[in-house]
Design a protein around this ligand. Sequence first.
Ligand code: C2E
Ligand code: CA
Ligand code: CA
Length: 406
Amino acid sequence: MQHSNTAATGSELSGSTIAPHCMIIEDEAGIRSLISRALSGHGITVSEFGDVQTAISSLAKDDPKVIFLDVSLADSDAIDAIRELAVHKFSGAVQLISGQSAGTLAEIKKIGERHGLRMCSPIAKPFTADAIYRVIAQEESLAGPALSEHPVSLRDALRKGWFELWYQPKIDLQKRTLVGAEGLARVRHPEHGLVAPKAFLTDASQSDLTELAAVGVMTALREWSIFLESGVNLKLAVNVSASVLAKLPVASLIRTYRPKDDSWPGLILELTEDEALEDIDAIKEIATQLSLYKVSLSIDDFGSGYSSLKRLRDLPFSELKLDRCFVSNCADNEQNAKICETVISLGHEFGITVTGEGIEKTADLLALRKMGCDLGQGFLFSPAVERGDLIAAARGRPRIRVPGAT
Ligand code: C2E
Ligand code: CA
Ligand code: CA
């Protein structure tokens, strides 16, 4: 087994963990830079080309997920590019951008499809950054796979072994390193594909939720060792509601399944508030017992519950996760900025790590970093990905870039 000398933890990353890459083929510099800015703001790396030939010669090296392709270029056009991309068996998406008529664009889209390319709905010029954001949101390779929201029985999923943990990286915002990951539940349904938590948590019974928590904890403990065998030592977290935690024989689960390796950094249980958090003494007792096994509690979605401040005072949390609704636009929205600042300094007064959730924009990342926020996660760095993809990214493949790093 490899140990932490080759592990990614603490290693300096020069950019986002799993930054997808896009290519722009456009002869107008102004339009290139508009698209490029919109993409980079979302942590996507970009290469820009004014002509088809140079772009094609970089195709294998750059491996773009999406190519933004202008229809009329100075010395060639989108149809030339389409033929070349087909020859090179390009498997990403092609996003046409043009001032041509809708009819011409539809025709060129069909030509691309006939050549076996995956063509997105064209964007008409002039366009705004919002049109680019919509492409990012829709494109699976950029925002993570679209999850099905088809209702699924949690009981079925657990019985049939359809449960998986997907991992969203946690980045140390000050040191710019990958330090951990939050495990998020997914169900791989044979008909509906990858299913979002909402679709199997909403109607689940307490006993199924308790079983889910046990399976989640065991999975994270088991998979930590698989990460380590690949040279990646990450502090993992799983989600548990307070009432489920109170019912779970969690200490004995941890004792049985915890990795015996000295380099295990422990596990975080992210607690969402519910009525069980009223029983401060019971939760304190569990927290104290868990601390014997390097397991700590984190308060999830902080700020979204009315009684959070009291919880912070009364309970031994080691981490506070600043809810996405405050992180979003904290660079421009004064109220959100104030809340983030207050929560971060409050957390620090209590000696707690503060993690910003749902960071989508470089500007918000920079603002949080300036406010002294410790850790961050969000689509800017990466959506939740399969374990193997996180290992590949942590080991420096294919692209590692922390957006906004100066
Ligand atoms: P959460 O704990 O607040 O998890 C973060 C959610 O926000 C995840 O959604 C994640 O994919 C999403 N997210 C992360 N970064 C961004 C971003 O930059 N922008 C946006 N718009 N969203 C982002 P997901 O995976 O759908 O999970 C939703 C909720 O389901 C979680 O919220 C958590 O409360 C619950 N959940 C997930 N896994 C489990 C589990 O294993 N057990 C339990 N009890 N609950 C779980
Ligand atoms: Ca969480
Ligand atoms: Ca959360």
